[in-house]
Design a protein around this ligand. Structure first.
Ligand code: HEC
Ligand code: HEC
Length: 408
């Protein structure tokens, strides 16, 4: 080997080791680490290739509530992320595509523009990439790309608006996801919540009881170990030992979805036959020690988003606090792999302390984002083309014809 080549190989080895170490950090085992303090929300980050504009936000809002973006045109994002249900869905396990049920709790989309890892499993890393998985996922939107796109192209109002926002002669789906992401980022971000005001110096923004709760949150109760920073999440993964949701045992439909998800996610046959709990991060990494780990959820809007946890295991914040007070729980994977996070320990909280923690969570959540559901644009027939019947126009490809005559 030439000396130069040797150096190059050495450099490659060092780089690989660095990458491996990086991966180990992502799959944190829950060891105590430096915790960023609670902080006010900054301005929402905007991707350089998808800047926020008013017209894009308005278009995204229509698309978010428009059922044209599903398989059978019956279900919109807003049906599972209902403004009146905390921009989520208030059943423990979300509704699904008609005839199916989901297998996880529907999360709020409020403040999701700040998250680097989306979904309970943290498996999507931007709102632009998340939207199509929602509209196409079999138990959610179950849509086909070309059908959904054709529906937008048959809606004159969308032809007009996509042209204004993106400069295209016809709507396309990639732009639809960008508009939906922009709506979420711009319109569904909380501004100046009580926690922000308190942290910026307005000491009257939280009650005395809530301030006591915050002290417990960042001290004795040690919630800050995982729920930290501006979004109250470290976006790492833990198995906190949640029990199996009763729906997985009692409802045939939920069992079918659970089995199907395991099959579709490539779970090995032996595990497929044995496992009865949602394996969370395991589906992304296929490492048994990651089974039952979920991304720490943000808590900024939490008073409005009951029930709680990945399968809505708890209905109230009091139940959540009781669960942590006992040091978390056990489930199939903590028993099989001993992977319950070592961070959780019994807390020995008094009733008064538990109430203070609940008061903190409720008050920090602030006002609900209220929004009337907009009327979505209707389909329209293609405009008449002088000198051609509709059938003739269709045969020669009306889109091409209209464009060539400058009519679109
Ligand atoms: C059939 C119900 C359903 C529909 C329709 C649906 N969602 Fe969801 N959404 C869910 C569920 C359930 C989850 C959690 C799924 C998981 O983690 O596996 C979720 C998660 C999300 C998240 C992640 C939030 C977080 O904290 O990580 C975002 C963002 C989101 N949905 C946006 C959308 C958008 C945008 C649409 C329309 C394009 C949409 N959803 C359509 C049920 C739905
Ligand atoms: C070891 C890290 C860790 C610690 C410590 C921790 N949490 Fe959590 N928290 C999580 C994870 C992970 C979840 C999601 C679990 C799941 O669904 O599987 C969660 C879920 C929650 C939820 C439900 C949120 C929702 O949208 O459904 C609330 C509320 C909550 N935690 C509050 C607290 C409070 C209060 C404390 C302190 C008493 C605390 N947590 C301590 C990691 C932690």
């Amino acid at each position: 080997m030439k000396p130069m080549e040797k150096i190059l190989r050495l450099l490659m080895l060092v780089a690989c080791a660095g990458l491996a170490a990086g991966a180990a950090n992502v799959l944190a085992k829950g060891d105590p680490d430096a915790d960023p303090p609670l902080a006010p929300l900054p301005e929402v980050p905007q991707p350089p290739d998808n800047r926020i504009t008013d017209a894009k936000v308005e278009l995204g809002k229509l698309l978010f509530f428009d059922p044209k973006l599903t398989g059978d045109a019956s279900l919109s994002c807003g049906d599972c992320h209902d403004p009146k249900q905390g921009w989520g869905f208030a059943d423990p396990i979300s509704r699904g595509y008609p005839g199916a049920v989901h297998w996880r709790n529907s999360q709020t989309v409020v403040n999701s523009g700040f998250l680097g890892k989306l979904f309970w499993q943290g498996s999507s890393n931007s709102l632009e990439r998340q939207a199509p998985t929602a509209n196409k996922g079999a138990v959610a939107g179950n849509g086909e790309n070309d059908v959904m796109e054709a529906r937008l192209r048959q809606t004159p109002e969308y032809i007009k608006r996509f042209k204004e926002v993106f400069g295209t002669s016809q709507p396309n789906l990639g732009h639809a996801w960008m508009a939906i992401a922009t709506f979420e980022r711009a319109a569904l971000t909380q501004k100046n919540s009580p926690l922000d005001r308190y942290l910026k110096g307005d000491k009257s923004a939280l009650s005395e009881q809530a301030v006591q709760g915050m002290k417990l949150f960042t001290g004795k109760a040690n919630c800050i170990e995982c729920h930290n920073g501006a979004m109250l999440t470290d976006e790492k993964y833990y198995n906190v030992g949640l029990p199996r949701p009763p729906e997985f045992e009692e409802s045939g439909m939920n069992q079918i979805t659970f089995r199907w998800e395991n099959y579709a996610k490539g779970v090995h046959e032996k595990k497929y036959r044995e496992w009865k709990d949602d394996a969370g991060l395991y589906y992304s990494t296929k490492r048994p020690q990651d089974a039952g780990k979920f991304r720490t959820p943000p808590l900024r809007y939490v008073a409005h988003t009951a029930p709680y946890m990945h399968a809505g295991q708890f209905f109230t914040l009091e139940e959540v606090i009781d669960f942590y007070d006992e040091g978390g729980g056990d489930n199939e994977f903590t028993e099989r792999y001993g992977n319950k996070t070592p961070v959780l320990k019994p807390l020995d909280l008094s009733d008064e302390e538990k109430e203070a923690l609940v008061a903190f969570l409720e008050e920090l959540s602030g006002e609900e984002i209220v929004m009337p559901i907009p009327k979505v644009p209707e389909y329209g027939v293609m405009p008449d083309v002088p000198g051609l019947t509709q059938a003739q126009a269709k045969r020669i490809g009306m889109e091409t014809y209209l464009m060539s005559t400058g009519q679109q």
